[in-house]
Design a binder for this molecule. Sequence first.
Ligand code: GLY
Length: 406
Amino acid sequence: MQQIKFIILIGLVTLVSCKKSKNLSQRTVVSTEERIKVTPMLESATKQLMGQLDKAIRAEKIPRTVNENDSIRWVNPKFDWTEGFFPGSCWYLYESTGDPLWKDGAVLLQKQIESHKFRTDNHDLGFVFNCSFGNGLKITKDEVYKDVLVTAANSLITRFNEKVGCIKSWDVDKGWQSEKGWEYPVIIDNMMNLELLFEVSKLTGDSKYRDIAITHANTTMKNHFRANHSSCHVVDYNPDTGKVRGKYTAQGYSDDSSWARGQAWGLYGYVVCYRYTNDKRYLDQANKIAKYILGRLPEDFVPYWDYDTPDIPNAPRDVSAAAITISALIELDGFTEVSYLKEIDKILKSLSSDVYTAKLGENHNFILKHSVGSIPHGAEIDVPLSYADYYYIEALIRYQRKYMEG
Ligand code: GLY
């Protein structure tokens, strides 16, 4: 049955990818002369990802990046922190175009990851389930998705330690993490898992998820950030006393440097905390992080992979950091008298240029080029990444809704 569904969907995708995306192209867009015209950008992104959806359905796999041998790298079916992003992009494009192919694609692909809602061995369930089933629930109101989110949140909070006041990011008994001597590592990326908890408290009326999210955000604010409002990547805690054992990096240039994607995760995370709590401390924190990031961007507003890497200007860029940053900035813009419009437009203009956006059908149908997974691990350097595309689409949709008429 599943097989038949895939075959029907392949046929439909092939048919539709040859046509123009009707809903988008028919919209009348009115914008001031200076504003970025995001509608054509979203149309091109939609066409590009339609080609990728076709590939994903044929392979029955979820795309992640491109291998060194120039083939698509699919997510690890056992578990992959990036597995929710492509289904999430499909949900966004379903919402934006109304084309049921996107919904069918999202449903079929996210089915592959549903059983991971029981995993308690890592913190990435927020990323995975909020982007996939979470977007699916918001768009379709399908109650089945609610159950999936609640189960995933219950799994995630098993990793919360009251003494520390944080959810543990990585287990330290396996993989490269086991060689570091860490006891209870918490990474800045973990701020991104809190949205699932806030959302599940809203869905269930049970405040325990939200309380954990708030405690985690407060502990992170206290221990991850430096005086200049940049953050380190990893804070290692003593799980018995809650004391900080040390501050490190795993994916940045050095323990004292500012890993670009980490700064973006922090910014996005505190904007989300403000959205759900209205607590001004989170808004202030987000504004301070934004100021730090914007003060360190190069001329074209697309960050190098680490703001402190000594090989700038020859260092690789990280487009994923730019995409996450811009999506967060669009939400943050207007919450206070601080305006980020000028910077938002500059980043979007750069990302949509030929330097960073692939031509239709190239780049294995990923939208954006030049992201970085992890330089210290020698992994995914100067490649497309599914999460760069996810946050870019999210940013385009947010921009369209917030700033454009029509
Ligand atoms: N959360 C993993 C990363 O940003 O690479």
